[in-house]
Design a protein around this ligand. Structure first.
Ligand code: ZN
Length: 102
């Protein structure tokens, strides 16, 4: 990556072209899936144990969810781009040439 989410045109180490790989909204989907499965059980557990007032609970949980999404999204995108690359998909939902990576 260069910056937060922009994919480099090529790998700085081996010059493998990367800029053509498209993950579309997959990283956002998986980031929400993961962070929701972390934050929602914590909110439910806090509600059952301590019965906190609604507004502070919502403020803390939204802040925690935002922090988690901010930290996870580039990593999930990198993992998804790596998977797309490893499976030799071209980003157009058609199986790529099996010999593309040599
Ligand atoms: Zn490389």
């Amino acid at each position: 990556m260069e910056g937060y989410l922009r994919v480099r045109a090529s790998c700085p180490h081996c010059a493998e072209p990367l800029g053509h790989i498209r993950a579309d909204d997959g990283p956002a989907y998986f980031t929400m899936l993961i962070s929701g499965h972390v934050v929602v059980p914590l909110v439910l557990m806090a509600e059952q144990r301590w019965h906190p007032p609604m507004v502070p609970l919502m403020v803390v949980s939204v802040a925690g969810m935002s922090l988690l999404i901010w930290r996870l999204l580039p990593r999930v995108k990198g993992a998804m781009l790596g998977l797309i690359w490893a499976l030799r998909l071209k980003g157009d939902e058609i199986q790529g040439d099996i010999n593309r990576h040599g």
